[in-house]
Every structure is written in structure tokens, then in C-alpha cells.
Design a protein around this ligand. Structure first.
Ligand SMILES: *Cc1c(COP(=O)(O)O)cnc(C)c1O
Length: 397
């Protein structure tokens, strides 16, 4: 009998009871808007910002409507203007070039390495074209952040970090999102905290923080923030910063606060699942696992492997055979965007030149989610299925 996996790749854990109780309190109060507080009351959103800033060791934090909004807001707060060029990863998801396009700027795509991180040589070659790098830690893989920051600092390139997949991850002990001038996070259902939709932005720069808060739609109520700079900083920027509404509401903040308290344990749980699948796939002929550097403390809410130099037909065969046995794999190599996957040349609003070295890697990237509803036994079974199907197809290459 052949094993079939019966679980769901899109099923997350329930919201913790504490979060449900806090959400009910907000609902009963009727005060869902973050600035709708009674005398002496502090909103759930302001508290979440204070707690997230503390958890990340950042001076300032702003909660917003989505991760994509956080990135667009960061670009605006940095003064990126229509027509400006912004460096970003060729291997990322659609909201990243989308955030750049949302301010009228133009993405300059930088290649991807076999480690699935941004190619620092290509970055060095293209750095002079832009003042800002929107760095996407795609699928949780951290580039050598020391080398990257050195390169960008030397060339006066400001770094915004897209930490949609690295909340809680570290490079040499430094939390992801704290090396760049701004760190952006998503609390969309498939990320590390789940409020359906939502985003967070951190920075240590008081002017960027004040601008981001004004941009998010604070009107003149910015003094109701706890993780914000002093009022005098707002005085300097408030009349020339537009309101581009994208606030978070108290309902989402209420369900996020208890989740934030569990973040470290959740990260451990993801990594245990990752290591189980990784071990099960080790030394599968034809399959390349992604090596994780010693300096990287990852949070693996998904796993990637490479079927390098395989034909499209064989890769499609592997995906179909795994799907038949209940294992949902995503392929980043397709020339047509499918589901959540796409590649730099599928964003036709953004110009791009072919990048053969990156194309070879993109063609081979296979991706799989690791929701915490999977048990370790589930992960072992999934790895056996992938191993068997990759081996079967590989034999006949
Ligand atoms: C999800 C995601 C985002 C944006 O998050 P939303 O909250 O969905 O807007 C940004 N970057 C990457 C890599 C993502 O996966």
C-alpha cells in the first residue's frame, strides 16, 4: 500500500483562547478604531506596537493594514518618489515589486543565489542605480547581513527589510528587521502571526517613524501612540506628510498580542518540522537541499529544495505525483504566475532583463508550506513521499 498524506497545507492553528477573549472585549466595547478610546484608555493597537517594538528591540513601531502597506509606507517615509529606482530581489512575491510600483517607483531586480538569497555580486553591480534596497528575506532565507549592510552602507543605499518570512529570525544574534533602516512584517494568515490581514513596521529613525505614523492615517492624534517619537518630531513633518490611510484596528491587535507572547515557542515548533522534512530528504539523488549558514537562526515556516537543471516536464511530473499522494508543492519556475508563485519576468509593469544564472535557480525552486497543524509524524511522512517520487522520476531522466 502506498502512503497518502491527508492533512491540509493551508490550515493554521486556531487563535489562542486569550486572543479570542480579548477580541470579544473589543467587540463588546464597539470601539474598534484605534483612536476611539475613552478617557485614560490605551488602545490594543498602541499596546501591540509597544510590545512589538520591545520584542524586536526597536525604538518605534507602527501597526498597519498589511505587510504590503508597511513596505509602501516605508518607501514613502524614506522619500522615494515616482520614477525613482528601487533595488529588490528577483526571487520574491508579488507584493514586494507591487509596493515599489505603488509609489510610482521602478524595481531593479537583483539575482538570486543557490542559497535562495540575494546575489551580493549582482547587488554591488547594480547598487549605483538606486538609493534604496527593498530587501526581501524570501522564504526565510537570510543573506550574509554583515556583507550586505557593509556593501549598502558604503554605497549610501538605505535598506528596507521585508521580514514577511523572518519574524523572529536572527543573523548572528541580531533580529531580522533591525539591520535596515526599516523592518516590515506581515500578520496575514500564512505568516508568523495571524490576524487575517495586517502589518507591522519598525525603525529607530524618529523622522521616518513620525512620517510613517502620519502616512498611515493618524490625523493629528499621533500622541495616542506609545511606540512613537516625541510630539516635536511630528511638528516638523505633519503639514507636508499626506494621509494614505492604512491603519490597523483594535480587533486585529487584540488577537495578535497573545500570539506575540508565544512567538519564540512557535518558531521552535516550525524549526522542528523543518528539520524533520530536511532530514527525510537528505541525500535524495537529484534533489538539492538549501544549505543554511551557521550565522543564520532561521524560522522555517516553509521549506524549499532545488531540482537543478531538471526539465520542466520532469518537475511537473514530480509535482503531479506528490499531489496525487496529498503533498502540495509549489514551483517557482513556471513562466506563468500560479497561486502565490510568480517570478520577476511575470511582473510586466516592471522592466527586466533576462538573468540566466538566476533563471536557472528559479527554474529549479520547489516550495512547501509547513503549517503548525502538521505533526512531526506528518512531516516524516511528507518527506518519505517526496523522496520516493523525486527518486522515481529522477531514475528516468
Ligand atoms: C506576504 C508577503 C508580503 C506582504 O504581506 P501582505 O500582508 O500579504 O501584504 C510581503 N513579502 C513577502 C515575501 C510575503 O510573502
Amino acid at each position: 500500500m502506498i502512503d497518502v498524506f491527508k492533512g491540509s497545507f493551508t490550515q493554521q492553528e486556531p487563535i489562542p483562547d486569550e486572543g479570542i477573549a480579548a477580541a470579544l472585549e473589543v467587540l463588546k466595547s464597539g470601539r474598534l478604531h484605534r483612536y476611539n478610546v475613552v478617557e485614560g484608555e490605551i488602545s490594543e493597537t498602541a499596546l501591540l506596537e509597544q510590545e512589538f517594538a520591545a520584542a524586536m528591540g526597536a525604538r518605534f513601531c507602527l501597526a498597519v493594514a498589511s505587510g504590503g502597506y508597511a513596505m509602501g509606507c516605508a518607501l514613502r517615509a524614506l522619500g522615494v518618489k515616482p520614477g525613482d529606482r528601487v533595488l529588490t530581489n528577483a526571487f520574491t512575491l508579488a507584493p514586494v515589486p507591487g509596493a515599489i510600483a505603488s509609489v510610482g517607483a521602478v524595481p531593479v531586480f537583483v539575482g538570486v543565489t543557490e542559497a535562495l538569497t540575494i546575489d551580493l555580486e549582482d547587488l554591488a553591480a547594480k547598487a549605483e542605480q538606486a538609493d534604496v534596497l527593498m530587501l526581501s528575506h524570501m522564504r526565510g532565507h537570510l543573506a550574509d547581513m554583515d556583507a550586505l549592510m557593509e556593501l549598502c552602507t558604503a554605497r549610501n543605499v538605505k535598506v528596507i527589510e521585508d521580514c514577511a518570512h523572518t519574524m523572529g529570525a536572527k543573523w548572528k544574534g541580531r533580529l531580522s528587521g533591525t539591520d535596515g533602516v526599516v523592518g516590515c512584517y506581515s500578520t496575514q494568515t500564512y505568516k508568523h502571526l495571524n490576524s487575517g490581514e495586517g502589518g507591522l513596521l519598525i525603525t529607530d529613525d524618529e523622522e521616518i517613524a513620525a512620517r510613517a505614523i502620519m502616512l498611515s492615517g493618524s490625523y493629528m492624534l499621533y500622541e495616542r501612540h506609545l511606540a512613537a517619537p516625541a510630539a516635536e518630531v511630528f511638528e516638523r513633518i505633519k503639514y507636508d506628510t499626506p494621509n494614505v490611510s492604512g491603519r490597523m484596528d483594535d480587533l486585529r491587535a487584540a488577537i495578535l498580542r497573545p500570539q506575540l507572547r508565544k512567538l519564540d515557542a512557535q518558531c521552535e515548533a516550525w524549526n522542528a518540522r523543518y528539520r524533520m522534512v530536511e532530514a527525510g530528504l537528505a541525500e535524495t539523488p537529484g534533489l538539492t537541499l538549501v544549505e543554511r549558514p551557521e550565522a543564520e537562526q532561521y524560522v522555517a515556516s516553509s521549506i524549499q529544495f532545488l531540482l537543478l537543471d531538471w526539465t520542466e516536464g520532469k518537475i511537473a511530473d514530480v509535482l503531479a505525483r506528490c499531489a496525487n499522494r496529498g503533498v502540495e508543492l509549489k514551483w517557482f519556475g513556471s513562466d506563468k504566475p500560479a497561486g502565490f508563485t510568480s517570478r520577476y519576468d511575470s511582473w510586466r509593469y516592471a522592466p527586466s532583463k533576462p538573468m540566466p544564472a538566476s533563471d536557472r535557480i528559479l527554474k529549479g525552486i520547489v516550495d512547501m508550506r509547513l503549517p503548525l497543524t502538521f505533526s512531526l509524524q506528518d512531516c516524516a511522512l511528507i518527506a518519505r513521499i517526496i523522496r520516493a517520487e523525486v527518486s522515481a522520476v529522477h531514475q528516468f531522466r
